[in-house]
Design a protein around this ligand. Structure first.
Ligand code: F6P
Length: 554
């Protein structure tokens, strides 16, 4: 099917014609002309309150952006995704992460399969396993309760669980902590296991394909670490592996080949993309730590935003608005990146998680029919929690030459609070005063006149001018509950989807990561075999390899 080139539509042309009216406007003027916008350009998605008033848009712009979503067929595409059409065209697959959080009484049959029953069967198995682990009924080979689970996985089989485990730190209530090993750099496994006791450690090998080199290499090394630590081999070793290794995968055959009993395997399906899989069995490490009830609450949060995305009109639909604003800045202002700034330390891996979600999804140069895109795609996501970022890179956000739209995420109620220096205030209020102040300063800045009026020497005034006019979204949630974490992830999942539909790309494949993997496998023998031929690749790579081999004494 031919993919729509969005730049050929009337809706795109209307935005192009409109953009010169907006670029010269300062947010100070935009707010002065429309004083109600601060209260009105907001939307509620479940518990998330999203204020998008501090964007360089007028109500007319928002109308034109909504027309763009209509022209791209966002609603039809969304409905196709939700009912299980094969919208991942290059892999001919359904894209059904939303089915992972459907309630048990929902109905959805895809390709002849009742997916809701399948999902809840796995959730029940995960719940039974984690109950046994948390209660101490499941013990290691020497009869001791498991106190640490080590998730071995990479990409989507790592970033989601790490991020959510850290986000739900306060909900870990059974004395089980989790660690995450992903990198094939041996330092990762060595460092993360150095102080662990094999008798009380359980490994979760998480890999959708169960063929990822990093994961299988680390899993093999972990098995060696366990057996050496327990001093077991042969049949006793095999029995110990059954007590200390479980798998999460779509590939039972490879799990069995690796030596993990498939009775201890938790499955999922090829319609769950790796970067959309944290709410599948890939979240097992999270469930071990926080329990099945909190995990169910997390899924309910995802589902609440799915419902909002599925039903809210385009102009009041939070992920749609977020996606359209992403397109607005990327394609009409030339913005290259988006900062995500959680004023919440427990969300410290959120930006890293979003990097895979958004950049693996939308970093594409061809549309779904293989034709080249005619506009830039894929925002570069980055960020750190406030207030740390304020003391690192905010200088560039405030006074640099680049436009970096930013998402500020804040919580009204803290999970922890402490008194401020003088003992009278709340550290959480202090944190949040920064959250509110930063978006205001970014938007409205401070003029040369205002700075001069403070008695600043004339030669210093230009250095202190705060230009403002820097757009941001404020997302405010009541508290960092499991549900709110699920809501936040679903918000970004669907915003990513909306951008992908507008650009006409397949947001669910990731062919661009394959060639590097193949070449690494090809290069490995060249690094290790003493007699390997000197010239294999390009002259740069060959010279680097020669130097490496010399330094390794080969
Ligand atoms: O290399 C990219 C990728 O395919 C991701 O999309 C995926 O999340 C990751 O590798 C890990 O894959 P797997 O879960 O199959 O080990």
């Amino acid at each position: 099917m031919t993919a729509l080139d969005i730049t050929t539509t009337d809706a795109w042309a209307a935005l192009k014609a409109h953009e010169p009216k907006i670029t010269p406007l300062h947010l100070r003027e935009i707010f002065a002309d429309d004083p109600a916008r601060g209260a009105e350009l907001t939307v509620r998605a479940a518990d998330l309150y999203m204020d998008y008033s501090k964007h360089r848009v007028t109500r007319e712009t928002l109308g034109l952006l909504t027309d763009l979503a209509v022209a791209a067929g966002v609603e039809a595409r969304r409905d196709a995704m939700l009912r299980g059409d094969h919208i991942n065209t290059s892999e001919n697959r359904a894209v059904l992460h939303t089915a992972l959080r459907l309630p048990a009484d929902a109905a959805l049959t895809v390709d002849g399969q009742d997916v809701v029953t399948d999902v809840h069967d796995v959730l029940r198995a995960m719940g039974d396993f984690t109950d046994r682990l948390r209660s101490g009924e499941w013990v290691g080979a020497t009869g001791k309760k498991i106190s640490t689970v080590v998730n071995i996985g990479i990409g989507g089989s790592d970033l989601g669980p790490v991020m959510i485990y850290q986000a739900l730190r306060a909900y870990a209530d059974a004395g089980i902590s989790a660690r995450f090993v992903s990198n094939v750099d041996p330092s990762d496994l060595v460092g993360k296991t150095a102080d662990l006791d094999p008798e009380t450690t359980l490994f979760i090998i998480a890999s959708k394909t169960f063929s990822t080199l990093e994961t299988l290499t680390n899993a093999t090394a972990a098995r060696r670490w366990l057996l050496d630590g327990l001093g077991l081999d042969g049949e006793q070793g095999t029995a110990a592996v059954a007590k200390h290794f479980v798998a999460v995968s779509t590939n039972a055959e490879r799990v069995a080949k690796f030596g993990i009993d498939t009775a201890n395997m938790f499955g999922f399906w090829d319609w769950v993309g790796g970067r959309y899989s944290v709410d599948s069995a890939i979240g097992l490490s999270v469930m071990c730590a926080v329990g099945k009830e909190n995990f169910a609450e997390l899924l309910a949060g995802f589902h609440a935003v799915d419902e909002h995305f599925a039903t809210a009109p385009l102009a009041q639909n939070a992920p749609v608005i977020m996606g359209l604003l992403g397109v607005w800045y990327s394609n009409f202002f030339g913005a290259e990146s988006r900062a995500v700034l959680p004023y919440c330390n427990d969300l410290n891996r959120f930006a890293a998680y979003l990097q895979q979600l958004t950049m693996e999804s939308n970093g594409k140069s061809v549309r779904s029919d293989g034709s080249p895109v005619s506009t830039s795609t894929g925002e570069i996501f980055w960020g750190e929690p406030g207030t740390n970022g304020q003391h690192a890179f905010y200088q560039l956000l405030h006074q640099g030459t680049r436009l970096v739209p930013a998402d500020f995420i804040g919580l009204s109620e803290p999970l922890d609070d402490l008194p401020t220096q003088d003992g009278t205030g709340s550290m959480h209020d202090l944190l949040m005063s920064n959250y509110f102040a930063q978006t205001s300063v970014l938007a409205f800045g401070k003029t040369a006149e205002e700075i001069a009026a403070e008695g600043t020497p004339a030669d210093v005034v230009p250095h202190k001018v705060m230009p403002g006019n820097r757009p941001s979204t404020s997302i405010l949630a009541p508290k960092l509950t499991p549900s709110v974490v699920g809501q936040l992830v679903a918000l970004y999942e669907h915003a990513t989807f909306v951008e992908g539909v507008i650009w006409g790309i397949d947001s669910f494949d990731q062919w661009g990561v394959e060639l590097g993997k193949t070449q690494a496998v090809e290069l490995l023998p060249v690094l290790t075999q003493a007699a390997a031929p000197a010239a294999q690749h390009d002259s740069s790579t060959d010279a680097l390899v020669r130097r490496y081999r010399t330094e390794r004494g080969r």
